[in-house]
Design a binder for this molecule. Sequence first.
Ligand code: BYC
Length: 481
Amino acid sequence: MNIMNVDYSTKIPNNVNLSEDRQVLKALEGWHPGYIDWWNDMGPDGFQQSLVYLRTAYSVDPRGWAKFDYVKMPDYRWGILLAPQEENRVIPFGENYGKPAWQEVPGEHRATLRRLIVIQGDTEPASVEQQRHLGKTAPSLYDLRNLFQVNVEEGRHLWAMVYLLQKYFGRDGREEADELLRRRSGDADSPRMLGAFNEATPDWLSFFMFTYFTDRDGKMQLHSLAQSGFDPLSRTCRFMLTEEAHHMFVGETGISRVVQRTCEAMRAAGISDPADIAKVRALGVIDLPTIQKKLNLHYSLSLDLFGSEVSTNAANAFNAGIKGRYRETQIEDDHRLQNSTYPVLKLVNGEIKRVDEPALTALNMRLRDDYTQDCAKGMLRWNKIISLAGYAFRLTLPNVAFHRQIGEFKDINATPEGVLIDDATWNKRKVDWLPSAQDGDFIASLMKPVTDAGVYANWISPPKVGIDNKPGDFEYVKIET
Ligand code: BYC
């Protein structure tokens, strides 16, 4: 079979020759009904009978891999797609640097690999659960369609990890696959594994922040796993990254459009001070200081997803050849890191300072730094919109010590500028930096569904171009209740 093209003749579309891999096909077919039950219970609330203009992967050729058509979500063809195998690929880092990449799980690293695959898999359904109520308040059919596109693809990413578990990890892999359908975002007894995936996504601004900041953690982690010496994981993550790009596009352009609309409305009303929150809110748009607060929240929650700055787990995964660095193969060094150091932000005598640590244990910090750099690009774009509208206001990333629950800064309080403060000051000032209940109520009051084609809620600008180059009044979702 041609690896570039996906076989749609089996119940589970795939480019991994499932029809000749009866045991895995059977295991996946056994898992399928539970997945559909999960999708019906925890996937988008309502809209399951609606026709949604979705893209589905039909190939893994980067030059043309998806086709668009109307689909009912439960009929979406969730498939197993791996990027083509690179001939003679070698392990690009760690103690096994330069040896042939593994096509089977190396016994001594089985537990580490399984843990990483399970964590990755757990985030995918979690995000669908977090976003399940948003369809009811979508600001347009265009946005509704983008939400559902993100949701079905996160569902596919779950399938991707479940395939790896079932093909390569035998009985315990099957048990883990079942557990992935059992845990629930925010559940007191059986929560999702990582913190940010148990938080609520209560409104569309949160959704855009989530797809900008949290999906971007996904990008960094997938890039690191795409370097893996375990070749099936590498190939799986490489293809997932193709889809992930759209999710971050939804976040970046979503925030751009909110900022744009706010600036336009302020200008039209002759408002010169963007911090005059009452006046701005009276226009039915989201004021820039509140957008900054949402940004502070989602960025800090997403930073926690990188784990501790100094981590032996990260060092072990790298040494083993299982999880590399962002763009590992493009880095010019020895790819073993036995003798190098990396500057890590730490608390030293009550001050935040960079301290050299062994590069191996500092890998989470390094990936987080790469992430921060990537996040900063959004600020440039959004601030350009604000300055073109004639306002001096600037959106900024808060200091990495701000509002942290994992790592070096979890036990201290810091302002968004990185000034350390005591508990009393934090408790008094936190409403200035993080969304308050009143901010949430105000945003919630704007979240009214808009379901006419080509029409947008007052608080968000229309997109510059349509999906798949469709015209402005295209009916992206044919709503059927
Ligand atoms: N919450 O050495 P440490 C995505 C645990 S997002 C709760 O500090 P390590 C997506 C950790 O598990 C990408 N627990 O950190 C986005 C460990 O527990 P155990 C998802 C946490 O292990 C949007 C202990 O603390 N993929 O794809 O080096 C929509 C000490 O750990 C947290 C991955 O994350 C936390 N935030 O790094 C849809 C890739 N942080 O084992 C999808 C796979 C740490 O001692 N995961 N802990 O009980 C990893 O590479 C690493 O496990 C982590 C943590 C980066 C998550």
